[in-house]
Design a protein around this ligand. Sequence first.
Ligand code: F6P
Length: 323
Amino acid sequence: MKKIAVFTSGGDAPGMNACIRSVVRSALHMGLDVYGIKYGYDGMIRGEIFKMDSFSVSMIVQTGGTILKSARSEEFRTKQGRQKAFENLQEHGIEGLVAIGGDGTFTGANIFYEQYGIPVVGCPGTIDNDLYGSDYTIGFDTAVNTALSAIDKIRDTAASHDRVFFIEVMGRHSGYIAIQCAIGGGAEEVMVPETSTTVEDVIDKLNQDRQNKKTSSIVVVAENGDQGSAQEIADKVKSHTKNLDIKVTNLGHIQRGGGPTAFDRTLASRLGLAAVEGLVNGEKNVMAGAIDNKITYTNLKLAISKSKPLNQELVRLTDILSK
Ligand code: F6P
């Protein structure tokens, strides 16, 4: 293998730049030519492919976002789109790909590999931490810390006004961000898609808290839960209670930005090197990950199809500490 290309796709995540830097410098270290593809699969289809050197990844290890830009490509879902992408890669003589992204990115990569046989190694880059095959994904730790710093600030004002705050965090269909925020932020209650906490449970808990002389509360709500959004849940609680002063904050895309934590920079750097070494050593359709702090390669099909269950110890911990 002499020429590889790297791209980022799907929702951006802090640490993607550190990963790009690692891929580029690891590839150069191994004597490979390395190309960047802008805007993920869309850029592959449009031919936005350019050669990278060591200098092109200077001073990005500490930055959020992705210098290669990102997109969720509709066209790559079509046969014609993928054919165009393949032709563009061939034109540049690219023999292997490093795909940095999440579930959707790897679904596309797997289809592309099965259709054209171009070896691909994925690096799990998503704030959601929802990929089987790596204990943590690049960006998750930063997102949790960003959300936590916001929750700490909300806690101050909640306490001053004796209020209940429903705080919605991201995670797609995973409660990992929510559960870690709940533990770190000392939340009174957490609602995640993986457990069956109902609005009635929340009302009971808030009433109990008042009886136990708690004057303010934080309820962390993961997006996409079956009880609705934080706003919908808060509205239901409001309609069943009279004594609670309730506010809602949706933390939104703030969780996707910002410079990566030390943990994410290290993970991204390790997985970038692992991806390039994987390609050179003949890995073909896998995701590089870290399990128990050791580098592993998991078949892409498994990475996208197997679910990563929420750590039950964390669920239990939240419950015990929120009394
Ligand atoms: O997958 C990352 C993520 O931020 C999810 O947590 C969230 O559900 C989704 O992307 C939001 O996507 P978009 O930025 O396209 O609205």
